[in-house]
Ligand binder design. Sequence first.
Ligand code: 3HC
Length: 709
Amino acid sequence: MPARALNWALHDGIAVVTLDLPGEPVNKISRAVKDEFNATFATLERDPAVRAVAFFSGKPDNFIAGADIEEFVRLTSAPEAERLVADGQEMLDRVARCTKPVAVGIHGACLGGGFEFALACHYRVATDHPKTQLGLPEVQLGILPAAGGCQRLPRLVGMRAALDMILAGKVEHAQRAFRAGMVDELVPPPILKDVTLAAATRMAGGWRPRRRRPGGVMGWLLDGNPLGRRLVFRMARRQVLEQTRGNYPAPLAALEAVATGLAHGIPAGSKREAELFGRLAVTDVSRKLVQIFFATTQLKKDFGVPDPPPPVEVHRLGIVGTGFMGSGIAGTAVTQAVVDVRLKDADLARVAQGLRAAREIVDDRLRRRRITKHEHQRLVALLSGGDGYVGFRRAELVIEAVFEDLTVKQRVLREIEAVVGERAVFASNTSTIPITRIAAVAARPERVIGMHFFSPVPRMPLLEVIPGEHTAPWAVSTAVSFGRRMGKTAIVVRDRPGFWINRILGPYMNEAAHLLLAGAAIEEIDRQMVRFGFPVGPLTLLDEVGLDVAEKAGGVLHAAFGERFAPPPAVASLVRVGRFGRKAGQGFYRYARGKKGGADPAVYELIGIRPNGGLRPAEILQRLVFAMLNEAARAVGEGVVRSSRDGDIGAIFGIGFPPFRGGPLRHLDDLGAARAVSELERLAERCGPRFVPCDVLREQASRGTRFYP
Ligand code: 3HC
């Protein structure tokens, strides 16, 4: 007999049920677990000694992570998927209808089907611990909450709050969930069990919780009548379409399931939920999003070196350079990793500015109510700075974010080596300069590494970690592990110019400029890439990155890889007149008071062209996409990323490559190497040798191989 996941014992008439899936780090609801739930709840209902139920997780930091996603991967047809969730619904209906009241004590992640289970219970107590998070992230996997989530949540918290969570796949900290009415009581972890038991006992005695009307007066007005509901749904639908541009069907399906349930009752809503789940679970979009989930999960454990040595634990972080990147790293390190941060710059005015910017990131967390006032004070106190290296001696990690210039970076490295201890790692936040070159002047090159953050640091989820030729494995695991503490997904990449992200961006950005010179309009170029699924187009991205910065990076790539990377003159003409992009208030677009305006016609004059409408949208799209795909394949051939997985996750998290396409390498696999090669050959003929297909793709085409097995 396999070990049981659900066990229970009776305490003064209360059945204390514990879910602890043997041999697994988290609880998840598989077919087998469902069977156990059904059998256990049937026994509890029958047993006259049981007056109420108190339910807990046996895992230290996890409640229930949802339905078992591994089971979705094995689904082969829509009817099979529909049956799978219909069984789950039946199980939760049994809990909801249980004649004995059920109280649930939640500590740790309570997500997807786990949260839907909690919603089916009659009373919810949650701990106020940061690890306790509740939510319905299903749409992030291309499916919808289909175990009653689209039915029970709107009834509990009101339609607008429920849609807000369901349509965005949001996960909330317990405090916010409590404020929204998703849990009934919020308690410190040591008393979770007692409080939940007390609630179960009270309910056994006939007491029932009285909950306020969901959504207040407005909720009553809108939720309670068909006209109000129609208005809310219409607005939600418009918002979803604006955000997904029709590329992600799951949020619209969820909206439909909620609408059906509110109009025709829970049974009809649940039936629709199951049907829609069936359809979505076997779509290509859902498969791609599930692959991304498993790839990111694997990356959480991957240190990028074989047999990784234990990382040095970082208590104090030194940062040299207090500009936008330095202060961004400082603020993020304080809020996410809760370490002591010491900033250094050449003069105190700059240090003050950097500290202010870092503090702004902490303040933002308070404004968004992610932290309490007390935590805010504690975090702000972790930030300090000066114009010398005072306070750097104890730092286990120092990150430099100074001007992108080899000599400056080498000077900083030598200064740092003179003050820090033996086991301190020196990381450069360079975006293009090879780490081995920076480390050439180091007394201990084994502890020099690259940590390439993306801008804006608090928001961008990717970190490229770049070991130089002599970097020691312990320095790699230290950088990766600290990046993870900062909340980043880290990929370890090879020390080649541009690393991975800028390498694949380079030809793409250049192609945008080529298109502009060939007469394509600014908005049209951007529109095509947004249509493809990028959050913004290449010219908007150039404005965000800064044209001056991009020009410099482009120069490094051109010098390293030759003609293929030759920048068309468009960007240089704009840089010459100070059109650096958003930060200068003008680039390809106009900016007023921080807001992006329309494309600026002055750009055409400056680069001496006139948009002529001569390029078809399909051609614009093809040239941009293939410029990136070809370079990505070539870089994989050079071992720039350790695996296709890292390459795809990097592109999705680093530049917003459309997740529903799975990343550039998965996309190439979907197209097929033979087709990619013939498209590239056609483009090379028309536009020049920069499109000549790389060897990797040619070889794949001739051997019939691919990036993924
Ligand atoms: N199904 C299958 N495996 C899961 C899982 C799930 N729902 N959640 C986590 N796991 C696995 C991970 O793949 C990983 O496996 P491994 O050890 O073999 O690599 C292991 O559990 C540990 O996970 P993490 O490394 O991610 O652990 P963390 O502590 O960092 O994070 C977590 C825990 C916050 C729960 C995170 O794993 C997570 O976000 N999980 C997914 C949550 C989710 O999307 N749930 C919705 C599922 S769909 C659903 O419920 C449909 C329903 O509406 C019908």
